[in-house]
Design a protein around this ligand. Structure first.
Ligand SMILES: Nc1nc2c(ncn2[C@@H]2O[C@H](COP(=O)(O)OP(=O)(O)OP(=O)(O)O)[C@@H](O)[C@H]2O)c(=O)[nH]1
Ligand SMILES: [Mg+2]
Length: 327
Protein backbone atom coordinates (compact mmCIF):
# COMPACT_ATOMS: atom_id res chain seq x y z
CA UNK A 1 0.00 0.00 0.00
CA UNK A 2 1.02 3.56 -0.56
CA UNK A 3 2.71 4.80 2.57
CA UNK A 4 1.14 8.06 3.56
CA UNK A 5 3.09 8.83 6.69
CA UNK A 6 3.41 12.66 6.52
CA UNK A 7 6.98 12.35 7.84
CA UNK A 8 7.94 10.89 4.48
CA UNK A 9 7.28 14.12 2.72
CA UNK A 10 10.41 16.00 3.60
CA UNK A 11 13.30 15.51 1.25
CA UNK A 12 15.48 13.77 3.76
CA UNK A 13 12.93 11.29 4.95
CA UNK A 14 11.19 10.29 1.73
CA UNK A 15 11.76 6.56 1.53
CA UNK A 16 10.78 5.17 -1.79
CA UNK A 17 11.31 1.57 -0.74
CA UNK A 18 8.36 1.89 1.64
CA UNK A 19 6.03 2.45 -1.30
CA UNK A 20 4.44 -0.33 -3.26
CA UNK A 21 3.21 0.11 -6.79
CA UNK A 22 -0.54 0.53 -7.27
CA UNK A 23 -1.99 -2.50 -9.04
CA UNK A 24 -2.21 -1.84 -12.75
CA UNK A 25 -5.53 -0.35 -13.94
CA UNK A 26 -6.66 0.00 -10.38
CA UNK A 27 -5.32 3.16 -8.88
CA UNK A 28 -8.30 3.38 -6.59
CA UNK A 29 -6.97 0.35 -4.71
CA UNK A 30 -4.21 2.58 -3.34
CA UNK A 31 -4.89 3.51 0.25
CA UNK A 32 -5.20 7.28 0.34
CA UNK A 33 -5.27 9.54 3.33
CA UNK A 34 -8.45 11.54 2.88
CA UNK A 35 -8.13 15.18 1.90
CA UNK A 36 -10.63 17.61 3.38
CA UNK A 37 -10.54 21.36 2.88
CA UNK A 38 -13.32 23.65 4.01
CA UNK A 39 -11.77 26.96 5.09
CA UNK A 40 -13.79 29.29 7.31
CA UNK A 41 -14.87 31.79 4.65
CA UNK A 42 -16.73 29.01 2.82
CA UNK A 43 -19.34 28.69 5.57
CA UNK A 44 -20.45 32.29 5.05
CA UNK A 45 -20.03 31.93 1.27
CA UNK A 46 -22.43 28.98 1.31
CA UNK A 47 -24.97 30.92 3.38
CA UNK A 48 -24.76 33.87 1.01
CA UNK A 49 -25.10 31.58 -2.03
CA UNK A 50 -28.25 30.04 -0.53
CA UNK A 51 -29.73 33.53 -0.08
CA UNK A 52 -28.80 34.61 -3.60
CA UNK A 53 -30.18 31.39 -5.08
CA UNK A 54 -33.65 32.57 -4.14
CA UNK A 55 -33.48 35.57 -6.50
CA UNK A 56 -31.58 34.23 -9.53
CA UNK A 57 -32.85 32.37 -12.60
CA UNK A 58 -29.95 30.19 -13.78
CA UNK A 59 -26.84 28.73 -12.18
CA UNK A 60 -23.70 28.43 -14.25
CA UNK A 61 -21.67 25.71 -12.57
CA UNK A 62 -18.09 26.04 -13.75
CA UNK A 63 -16.19 22.74 -13.68
CA UNK A 64 -12.63 21.85 -14.55
CA UNK A 65 -13.07 19.73 -17.70
CA UNK A 66 -10.22 17.47 -16.53
CA UNK A 67 -12.10 16.45 -13.34
CA UNK A 68 -15.74 17.37 -13.97
CA UNK A 69 -17.53 14.83 -11.79
CA UNK A 70 -15.00 14.80 -8.94
CA UNK A 71 -15.39 18.58 -8.96
CA UNK A 72 -19.21 18.62 -9.04
CA UNK A 73 -19.96 19.99 -5.60
CA UNK A 74 -22.96 18.14 -4.08
CA UNK A 75 -23.67 21.20 -1.92
CA UNK A 76 -24.18 23.33 -5.06
CA UNK A 77 -26.53 20.72 -6.49
CA UNK A 78 -28.55 20.69 -3.25
CA UNK A 79 -28.78 24.47 -3.17
CA UNK A 80 -30.00 24.77 -6.74
CA UNK A 81 -32.35 21.77 -6.56
CA UNK A 82 -33.89 23.22 -3.40
CA UNK A 83 -34.93 26.29 -5.44
CA UNK A 84 -35.39 24.29 -8.67
CA UNK A 85 -32.92 26.42 -10.60
CA UNK A 86 -31.74 25.15 -14.00
CA UNK A 87 -28.03 24.75 -14.54
CA UNK A 88 -25.54 25.32 -17.33
CA UNK A 89 -22.54 23.14 -16.57
CA UNK A 90 -19.50 24.76 -18.15
CA UNK A 91 -16.64 22.28 -18.59
CA UNK A 92 -14.00 24.96 -18.55
CA UNK A 93 -10.28 24.62 -19.31
CA UNK A 94 -11.29 22.34 -22.19
CA UNK A 95 -8.06 23.49 -23.85
CA UNK A 96 -6.20 21.44 -21.19
CA UNK A 97 -8.47 18.36 -21.19
CA UNK A 98 -8.49 15.26 -23.40
CA UNK A 99 -11.06 16.17 -26.10
CA UNK A 100 -12.41 12.62 -26.49
CA UNK A 101 -13.03 12.36 -22.76
CA UNK A 102 -14.63 15.81 -22.65
CA UNK A 103 -17.09 14.72 -25.33
CA UNK A 104 -18.01 11.68 -23.21
CA UNK A 105 -18.60 13.93 -20.20
CA UNK A 106 -20.83 16.25 -22.22
CA UNK A 107 -23.03 13.30 -23.17
CA UNK A 108 -23.08 12.20 -19.52
CA UNK A 109 -24.09 15.61 -18.13
CA UNK A 110 -26.55 16.42 -20.89
CA UNK A 111 -28.64 13.43 -19.77
CA UNK A 112 -29.18 15.02 -16.35
CA UNK A 113 -32.51 16.69 -15.59
CA UNK A 114 -32.46 20.48 -15.61
CA UNK A 115 -28.89 20.53 -16.90
CA UNK A 116 -27.30 21.73 -20.12
CA UNK A 117 -23.58 21.12 -20.51
CA UNK A 118 -21.00 22.84 -22.69
CA UNK A 119 -17.22 22.58 -22.95
CA UNK A 120 -15.17 25.70 -23.51
CA UNK A 121 -12.03 27.58 -22.77
CA UNK A 122 -12.30 30.97 -21.12
CA UNK A 123 -9.09 31.79 -22.97
CA UNK A 124 -11.10 31.81 -26.23
CA UNK A 125 -13.44 34.77 -26.60
CA UNK A 126 -15.44 32.94 -29.30
CA UNK A 127 -16.24 30.15 -26.80
CA UNK A 128 -17.26 32.54 -24.03
CA UNK A 129 -19.57 34.53 -26.29
CA UNK A 130 -21.86 31.47 -26.57
CA UNK A 131 -22.61 31.37 -22.85
CA UNK A 132 -25.45 33.93 -22.51
CA UNK A 133 -27.27 32.33 -25.47
CA UNK A 134 -27.05 28.92 -23.77
CA UNK A 135 -28.51 30.30 -20.53
CA UNK A 136 -31.48 32.00 -22.14
CA UNK A 137 -33.47 28.83 -23.07
CA UNK A 138 -33.07 27.69 -19.46
CA UNK A 139 -35.16 30.67 -18.29
CA UNK A 140 -37.07 31.81 -21.39
CA UNK A 141 -39.43 34.05 -19.39
CA UNK A 142 -36.50 36.34 -18.49
CA UNK A 143 -34.01 38.49 -20.41
CA UNK A 144 -35.85 41.78 -20.81
CA UNK A 145 -35.01 45.14 -19.23
CA UNK A 146 -37.98 44.66 -16.87
CA UNK A 147 -37.04 41.07 -16.10
CA UNK A 148 -33.30 40.69 -16.63
CA UNK A 149 -31.82 37.20 -16.68
CA UNK A 150 -29.99 36.74 -13.37
CA UNK A 151 -27.12 34.28 -13.55
CA UNK A 152 -25.08 33.06 -10.58
CA UNK A 153 -21.64 31.65 -11.45
CA UNK A 154 -20.71 28.89 -9.00
CA UNK A 155 -18.19 26.08 -8.67
CA UNK A 156 -15.29 24.77 -6.66
CA UNK A 157 -12.17 26.96 -6.31
CA UNK A 158 -9.80 27.73 -9.18
CA UNK A 159 -11.97 26.44 -12.03
CA UNK A 160 -12.22 29.81 -13.79
CA UNK A 161 -15.42 31.43 -12.48
CA UNK A 162 -13.94 34.93 -12.24
CA UNK A 163 -12.12 34.45 -15.55
CA UNK A 164 -15.48 33.64 -17.14
CA UNK A 165 -17.04 36.77 -15.60
CA UNK A 166 -14.20 38.97 -16.90
CA UNK A 167 -14.34 37.35 -20.33
CA UNK A 168 -18.11 37.87 -20.60
CA UNK A 169 -17.76 41.51 -19.59
CA UNK A 170 -14.66 41.97 -21.76
CA UNK A 171 -12.98 43.80 -18.89
CA UNK A 172 -11.22 42.87 -15.67
CA UNK A 173 -13.65 43.37 -12.81
CA UNK A 174 -12.68 40.33 -10.73
CA UNK A 175 -9.28 39.26 -9.50
CA UNK A 176 -8.13 35.93 -10.93
CA UNK A 177 -5.16 33.77 -10.07
CA UNK A 178 -3.88 30.23 -10.36
CA UNK A 179 -4.58 29.30 -6.76
CA UNK A 180 -7.72 28.29 -4.89
CA UNK A 181 -9.86 30.78 -2.93
CA UNK A 182 -8.86 33.97 -4.76
CA UNK A 183 -12.46 35.29 -4.67
CA UNK A 184 -13.73 35.77 -1.14
CA UNK A 185 -16.97 37.73 -1.74
CA UNK A 186 -19.90 37.69 -4.13
CA UNK A 187 -19.92 40.34 -6.83
CA UNK A 188 -22.92 41.27 -8.98
CA UNK A 189 -22.45 43.10 -12.31
CA UNK A 190 -24.76 43.88 -15.21
CA UNK A 191 -23.60 42.43 -18.50
CA UNK A 192 -26.19 44.64 -20.20
CA UNK A 193 -29.73 45.72 -19.35
CA UNK A 194 -30.98 42.17 -20.06
CA UNK A 195 -28.48 40.08 -18.11
CA UNK A 196 -26.97 40.28 -14.61
CA UNK A 197 -23.98 38.13 -13.59
CA UNK A 198 -22.98 37.18 -10.06
CA UNK A 199 -19.48 35.83 -9.37
CA UNK A 200 -19.13 33.78 -6.17
CA UNK A 201 -16.28 32.45 -4.04
CA UNK A 202 -15.22 28.88 -4.85
CA UNK A 203 -17.05 26.42 -2.64
CA UNK A 204 -15.81 23.05 -1.41
CA UNK A 205 -17.97 20.81 0.74
CA UNK A 206 -17.22 19.63 4.26
CA UNK A 207 -16.59 15.93 3.49
CA UNK A 208 -15.30 14.67 0.16
CA UNK A 209 -16.86 11.22 -0.06
CA UNK A 210 -14.29 9.48 -2.25
CA UNK A 211 -10.63 9.92 -1.38
CA UNK A 212 -9.54 9.71 -5.02
CA UNK A 213 -11.76 12.73 -5.77
CA UNK A 214 -9.84 14.74 -3.18
CA UNK A 215 -6.56 13.79 -4.85
CA UNK A 216 -7.81 14.67 -8.32
CA UNK A 217 -8.99 18.05 -7.07
CA UNK A 218 -5.70 18.65 -5.28
CA UNK A 219 -3.74 17.70 -8.42
CA UNK A 220 -5.84 20.18 -10.37
CA UNK A 221 -5.16 22.87 -7.74
CA UNK A 222 -8.68 23.31 -6.41
CA UNK A 223 -7.57 22.52 -2.86
CA UNK A 224 -5.27 24.67 -0.73
CA UNK A 225 -1.71 23.41 -0.40
CA UNK A 226 -1.99 23.56 3.38
CA UNK A 227 -4.41 20.60 3.24
CA UNK A 228 -2.27 18.28 1.13
CA UNK A 229 1.08 16.57 0.88
CA UNK A 230 2.45 17.53 -2.52
CA UNK A 231 4.53 14.37 -2.95
CA UNK A 232 1.51 12.13 -2.35
CA UNK A 233 -0.70 14.15 -4.67
CA UNK A 234 2.00 14.03 -7.35
CA UNK A 235 2.39 10.26 -6.86
CA UNK A 236 -1.36 9.80 -7.30
CA UNK A 237 -1.27 11.96 -10.42
CA UNK A 238 1.76 10.02 -11.65
CA UNK A 239 -0.09 6.71 -11.30
CA UNK A 240 -2.94 7.99 -13.47
CA UNK A 241 -0.58 9.52 -16.04
CA UNK A 242 1.35 6.25 -16.34
CA UNK A 243 -1.82 4.25 -16.80
CA UNK A 244 -3.54 6.51 -19.29
CA UNK A 245 -1.00 8.89 -20.80
CA UNK A 246 2.30 7.06 -20.47
CA UNK A 247 3.42 8.22 -23.92
CA UNK A 248 3.17 11.86 -22.86
CA UNK A 249 5.15 11.48 -19.64
CA UNK A 250 7.85 9.22 -20.99
CA UNK A 251 8.42 11.67 -23.83
CA UNK A 252 8.49 14.65 -21.49
CA UNK A 253 10.70 13.14 -18.80
CA UNK A 254 12.82 10.83 -20.95
CA UNK A 255 12.07 7.64 -19.03
CA UNK A 256 10.86 4.11 -19.66
CA UNK A 257 7.50 3.61 -17.95
CA UNK A 258 7.76 -0.19 -17.73
CA UNK A 259 6.96 -1.24 -14.16
CA UNK A 260 6.96 2.36 -13.01
CA UNK A 261 4.58 3.78 -10.39
CA UNK A 262 3.86 7.39 -9.47
CA UNK A 263 6.76 7.66 -7.04
CA UNK A 264 9.17 6.24 -9.60
CA UNK A 265 7.92 8.85 -12.05
CA UNK A 266 8.69 11.59 -9.52
CA UNK A 267 12.20 10.16 -9.21
CA UNK A 268 12.51 10.18 -13.00
CA UNK A 269 11.55 13.86 -13.04
CA UNK A 270 14.17 14.63 -10.37
CA UNK A 271 16.81 12.67 -12.30
CA UNK A 272 16.04 14.32 -15.63
CA UNK A 273 15.97 17.85 -14.16
CA UNK A 274 18.95 17.30 -11.89
CA UNK A 275 16.95 18.09 -8.72
CA UNK A 276 19.05 17.06 -5.74
CA UNK A 277 19.25 18.02 -2.10
CA UNK A 278 22.35 18.38 0.02
CA UNK A 279 24.08 15.03 0.15
CA UNK A 280 23.15 14.24 -3.44
CA UNK A 281 19.80 12.52 -2.93
CA UNK A 282 16.96 13.29 -5.29
CA UNK A 283 14.76 16.27 -4.38
CA UNK A 284 11.37 14.55 -4.46
CA UNK A 285 9.47 17.60 -3.31
CA UNK A 286 10.77 19.83 -6.07
CA UNK A 287 10.18 17.09 -8.64
CA UNK A 288 6.61 16.62 -7.35
CA UNK A 289 5.89 20.32 -7.75
CA UNK A 290 7.25 20.21 -11.29
CA UNK A 291 5.04 17.25 -12.22
CA UNK A 292 1.97 18.93 -10.71
CA UNK A 293 2.69 22.30 -12.32
CA UNK A 294 3.30 20.82 -15.76
CA UNK A 295 0.02 18.92 -15.58
CA UNK A 296 -1.82 22.04 -14.34
CA UNK A 297 -0.40 24.23 -17.08
CA UNK A 298 -1.06 21.71 -19.85
CA UNK A 299 2.66 21.37 -20.61
CA UNK A 300 2.35 17.56 -20.54
CA UNK A 301 -0.44 17.63 -23.10
CA UNK A 302 -4.23 17.45 -22.97
CA UNK A 303 -5.09 15.21 -20.05
CA UNK A 304 -8.29 14.21 -18.24
CA UNK A 305 -7.98 12.48 -14.89
CA UNK A 306 -11.38 10.78 -14.98
CA UNK A 307 -13.82 9.51 -17.57
CA UNK A 308 -17.44 8.41 -17.13
CA UNK A 309 -16.17 4.83 -17.50
CA UNK A 310 -13.32 5.16 -14.97
CA UNK A 311 -15.76 6.71 -12.52
CA UNK A 312 -18.19 3.82 -12.93
CA UNK A 313 -15.33 1.37 -12.27
CA UNK A 314 -14.23 3.33 -9.21
CA UNK A 315 -17.73 3.34 -7.74
CA UNK A 316 -18.21 -0.38 -8.47
CA UNK A 317 -14.88 -1.19 -6.78
CA UNK A 318 -15.73 0.88 -3.72
CA UNK A 319 -19.18 -0.64 -3.39
CA UNK A 320 -17.76 -4.15 -3.80
CA UNK A 321 -15.13 -3.56 -1.14
CA UNK A 322 -17.71 -1.98 1.21
CA UNK A 323 -19.98 -5.02 0.68
CA UNK A 324 -17.12 -7.44 1.44
CA UNK A 325 -16.32 -5.57 4.67
CA UNK A 326 -19.98 -5.80 5.73
CA UNK A 327 -20.22 -9.52 4.89
N1 LIG B 1 -5.85 27.05 -19.59
C1 LIG B 1 -6.92 27.67 -19.06
N2 LIG B 1 -6.80 28.34 -17.91
C2 LIG B 1 -7.90 28.96 -17.41
C3 LIG B 1 -9.14 28.91 -18.07
N3 LIG B 1 -10.03 29.60 -17.31
C4 LIG B 1 -9.36 30.06 -16.25
N4 LIG B 1 -8.08 29.68 -16.30
C5 LIG B 1 -7.04 29.96 -15.30
O1 LIG B 1 -7.42 29.32 -14.10
C6 LIG B 1 -6.96 30.05 -12.97
C7 LIG B 1 -8.09 30.28 -11.99
O2 LIG B 1 -8.99 31.21 -12.55
P1 LIG B 1 -10.02 32.04 -11.64
O3 LIG B 1 -10.94 32.72 -12.58
O4 LIG B 1 -9.31 32.87 -10.63
O5 LIG B 1 -10.77 30.84 -10.91
P2 LIG B 1 -11.97 30.95 -9.85
O6 LIG B 1 -12.86 29.80 -10.14
O7 LIG B 1 -12.59 32.29 -9.88
O8 LIG B 1 -11.19 30.70 -8.51
P3 LIG B 1 -11.61 31.10 -6.98
O9 LIG B 1 -11.99 32.54 -6.97
O10 LIG B 1 -10.35 30.86 -6.25
O11 LIG B 1 -12.70 30.20 -6.58
C8 LIG B 1 -6.33 31.33 -13.53
O12 LIG B 1 -4.93 31.13 -13.58
C9 LIG B 1 -6.92 31.42 -14.93
O13 LIG B 1 -6.07 32.11 -15.84
C10 LIG B 1 -9.24 28.18 -19.30
O14 LIG B 1 -10.29 28.04 -19.93
N5 LIG B 1 -8.09 27.58 -19.74
MG1 LIG C 1 -12.74 33.74 -8.43
Amino acid sequence: MLNLDPSLTTNNTFQKEKVECAPSNNYFAVSLMSIQWFPGHMTSAKKKAAETMERIDVVIEVLDARVPEAGSNPMIRELREHRQRPCLKVLNKADLADPVVTQAWLEYFNKQKGVKAVALSCKKSGDVGKVPGLCLPLAPHRCTPIKPLRIMIMGIPNVGKSTLLNALLKRRVAKVGDEPAVTKNQQSIDLNDHVTLIDTPGLMWPKIQYDSDGYMLAASHSIGRNAVIDVEVAAFLGDILLQRYSGLVTKRFGCDSTGMDGHALIEAVARQRGYRIKGGEYDFEKASLTLLQEYRDGVLGRISLETPASRAVMLAQLHASAASVEA
